[in-house]
Design a protein around this ligand. Structure first.
Ligand SMILES: N[C@@H](CCC(=O)N[C@@H](CS)C(=O)NCC(=O)O)C(=O)O
Length: 216
């Protein structure tokens, strides 16, 4: 077994960012293997042997090779139990899972519709924005009551939400005339803005920001 896991990732991939964030928050040192999609590095036979879909993230640790970001977060907590991200006990674990399931079920469809629309520079239906705002506001109520969705420390729910929300900012940055209400999507929500700043200030988290977003 090699000492450190190796993480294969692509800059700007939300699932890969999620796993990098989990490794960072848990303080697990890892070898970073960024793949360049422009060079089809994720389509080479050697990588396809690890991940037949040619997708990221894929961590490799000795014989252990895992696909699917949520499964990876689950594995990480068992393989590296210090600084848990799925709660300290059974009840907390259920609560974190519940939040992750609800984020995927209730928030993700709206985030995807609006985020993808922005990325593709499409006209986004007003109802889609209203639905995203309503769902986001419901999560803000939670963040008004505690520092993190996970309570006093970030959990898998926070790890899921942090990169996902950057979709909106990234999409806005790519558009000449983005819908006005999306330009201050985070800053107009003080609890969300404070949470994101709190997350960003945790050791190493700022370094997980997709490198190519800094320049293009
Ligand atoms: N459900 C997977 C999704 C993985 C995924 O969609 N990865 C995308 C980047 S966001 C990818 O690797 N795309 C490269 C490709 O398909 O060529 C997970 O959560 O890990």
């Amino acid at each position: 077994m090699t000492e450190r896991p190796t993480l294969f990732w692509i800059s700007g991939s939300t699932p890969a960012w999620r796993v990098m964030l989990a490794l960072t928050l848990k303080g697990v040192a890892f070898e970073s293997r960024r793949l360049d999609t422009g060079k089809d590095e994720n389509r080479q036979a050697q990588y396809l042997a690890l991940n037949p879909k040619g997708q990221v993230p894929t961590p490799v640790w000795g014989d252990v090779v895992i696909r699917e970001s949520l499964a990876i977060l689950g594995w990480l907590d068992r393989a590296f139990p210090a600084r848990p991200i799925w709660g300290q006990d059974a009840a907390e674990a259920a609560s974190v899972w519940q939040d992750v399931a609800l984020l995927i079920e209730d928030l993700h469809p709206h985030l995807s519709e609006v985020g993808l629309g922005l990325m593709r520079r499409e006209v986004i239906p007003k109802e889609a924005i209203t639905a995203l705002e309503a769902e986001t506001d419901a999560w803000c109520v939670r963040l008004e009551a505690s520092n993190y969705l996970g309570g006093t420390a970030p959990m898998a729910s926070d790890i899921w939400l942090y990169p996902a929300l950057y979709w909106i900012g990234r999409g806005v940055a790519l558009n000449a005339n983005p819908p006005v209400s999306l330009t201050d999507f985070i800053t107009s929500r003080p609890a969300l803005a404070a949470w994101r700043a709190r997350m960003a200030a945790l050791p190493g988290v700022a370094d997980t920001y997709p490198p190519h977003w800094r320049t293009s």
